[in-house]
Write a protein that binds this ligand. Structure first.
Ligand SMILES: *[C@@H]1O[C@H](CO)[C@@H](O)[C@H](O)[C@H]1NC(C)=O
Ligand SMILES: *[C@@H]1O[C@H](CO)[C@@H](O)[C@H](O)[C@H]1NC(C)=O
Length: 286
């Protein structure tokens, strides 16, 4: 996203000026609240990317168990990664960090957040209540109480309507499939290099492709609302595509099982073509 592009878009679509101004703020906020992309190599000595994936997979189950909203899950992962960006942790305490971050995110997002006791209980009482509370305090302090962060989910909400045409694939399928793709991206440490807005746009691109492989997934409307062109998101779309194709073979099933349910229209079971035509990544010529 360049500022020039922003100005052009603003001039062309004066009627949408208000919306764009809000969007710009949120794009700026996202760059401030992002974790580092190399903390596993630079900061951590005892944990690695697989342990992070296992933790997040488990937190997905916890979120399901307590019926937490998706924003809570996304914020939890944002807090975990931001904390890990500056604090070394040993593997015995990684789960403690996970539940403490979820406790904070739930207080922030949920109308009726689970209590500390419940977060201890789901760890099989591996940690005492005062340990969770101490970790909560450490995280809040390290993050300087800056708990608002634009997550993939925030952007998804903005973008999805632009992606839903009236005559097209059922809107709910598209929404669930894009959400599934976005959620499996949470498991991948290597995807932290992509901004949440870029992951949201890429997840929508991929979901549209899976539902209608013969049709160009992107168009000018999506350019306009996401501020991304196909060439901006192509690397991320390809990474998500690889992830989608291999997700049935991995041993972290929580998200796949969640989205294999009827209430999510079984989207995790969708067939996906093995490659995406290169021309879908070409920008429209104007
Ligand atoms: C992380 O460490 C565990 C245990 O030492 C090991 O089994 C796993 O392969 C490692 N994963 C990565 C991505 O290095
Ligand atoms: C782009 O696609 C969406 C959804 O399919 C549709 O509603 C919209 O009209 C399209 N925009 C253009 C400029 O073709």
């Amino acid at each position: 996203m360049t500022s020039l592009m922003l100005i052009q878009t603003t001039m062309i679509h004066n009627f949408a000026l208000h919306l764009l101004v809000i969007s710009t703020d949120i794009y700026i906020a996202e760059t401030k609240k992002r974790p580092s992309t190399d903390f596993m190599e630079k900061i951590q000595k005892d944990i690695n990317a697989s342990m992070r994936s296992i933790l997040i997979d488990w937190l997905v189950e916890v979120a399901e168990e307590y019926h937490l909203v998706p924003d809570t899950l996304y914020l939890t992962v944002n807090y975990i990664d931001r904390y890990l960006s500056g604090n070394e942790i040993n593997r015995q305490r990684l789960q403690l960090l996970g539940v403490s971050c979820m406790l904070i995110a739930a207080k922030y997002e949920e109308i009726c957040a689970p209590q500390v006791e419940e977060f201890c209980y789901i760890t099989d009482n591996t940690y005492f209540m005062d340990e969770v509370l101490q970790m909560e305090a450490d995280v809040l302090k390290y993050l300087k109480y800056e708990m608002t962060a634009p997550t993939v989910k925030c952007f998804m909400r903005r973008f999805i309507r632009a992606a839903q045409g009236s005559d097209e694939v059922p809107a709910l399928q598209l929404e669930f499939l894009a959400s599934y793709v976005a959620e499996i991206s949470l498991l991948e440490y290597s995807l932290l290099c992509y901004a949440p807005s870029l992951i949201a746009a890429s997840a929508i691109f991929l979901a549209k492709f899976i539902l209608q492989p013969a049709k160009r997934p992107w168009n000018a409307t999506l350019d306009h609302y996401t501020l991304y062109k196909p060439s901006d998101i192509s690397d991320c779309v390809k990474a998500l595509h690889r992830l989608f194709c291999t997700s049935s073979g991995n041993n972290l099933p929580a998200i796949r099982e969640k989205y294999s349910q009827h209430k999510y229209k079984f989207v995790a079971k969708k067939y996906c073509p093995a490659s995406i035509p290169a021309e879908y990544f070409q920008d429209a010529g104007n």
